[in-house]
Ligand binder design. Structure first.
Ligand code: ZN
Length: 222
């Protein structure tokens, strides 16, 4: 299969970050596709929200069910409703919102999907700048995986991470530059409690999103 350098596949969840990446990809590539995963998340409403945003963006959308990955792990508050979510990052460990292997699975499956569809570019909204400390959001992991995927399939995929070095305020600024500030603000779902837009206001994802938004609005040109 010959991979087309003008095609991109966005790993898409319908959250602030991946939605910003979807529109970033539309600006930089001729053909953009969105791939969304059901991974056993408590709030499957995010898949419907993702589909709606992709439709609005005019991007073909596909979802894949890989919810078996939540059966592999215990103690994760994003996939197990009986576990109370860590409000703050524990000093010595990862927060229990960490889903081990999530981005490894997502990007590996995305690469196989991309190969089938002749897509060279993979886009993911991971960032190593913010709060969580998730190791599979780090630049070194993404670079390593890019090499591994190319070796595994003898291809020349390019993984793009437009948000890697941006904090949340800079991510809002990028959405604004791309002309999708209101869509990202009102239509995306970042909240760990499954509430669209500004969310519940109390979970770590909402706090991070709101702080970034407040910081950006202070410097936004009127
Ligand atoms: Zn929330």
């Amino acid at each position: 299969m010959i991979l087309d350098s003008k095609k991109a596949l966005v790993v898409f969840s319908g959250g602030q970050d991946s939605t910003t990446c979807l529109f970033w990809a539309k600006k930089h590539f001729n053909e953009v596709y969105a791939l969304c995963f059901r991974y056993g998340q408590k709030h499957v409403v995010e898949v419907d929200i993702a589909r709606g945003i992709a439709e609005r963006a005019g991007v073909p959308f596909e979802e894949k069910d890989i919810s078996f990955i939540s059966d592999l792990v215990s103690g994760c508050s994003l996939t197990d409703g009986s576990i109370k979510m860590d409000e703050e990052k524990p000093a010595e460990s990862l927060p229990n919102t960490f889903v081990p292997g999530r981005n490894l699975f997502f990007l590996s499956i995305a690469a196989v999907y991309a190969r089938e569809h002749g897509i060279m570019n993979l886009v993911t909204g991971v960032s190593q700048t913010d709060y969580s400390g998730y190791p599979d959001c780090h630049d070194s992991f993404i670079r390593s995986l890019n090499v591994s995927l190319n070796l595994a399939m003898d291809e020349q995929f390019v993984i793009h991470t437009p948000l890697m070095w941006k904090d949340k305020a800079e991510t809002w600024a990028l959405a604004d530059e791309l002309g999708v500030f209101d869509i990202v603000r009102n239509e995306t779902l970042t909240c760990y409690n499954g509430i669209k837009g500004a969310g519940c206001g109390n979970c770590p994802a909402c706090k991070l999103r709101r702080k970034g938004l407040e910081n950006y609005l202070k410097i936004r040109k009127q």
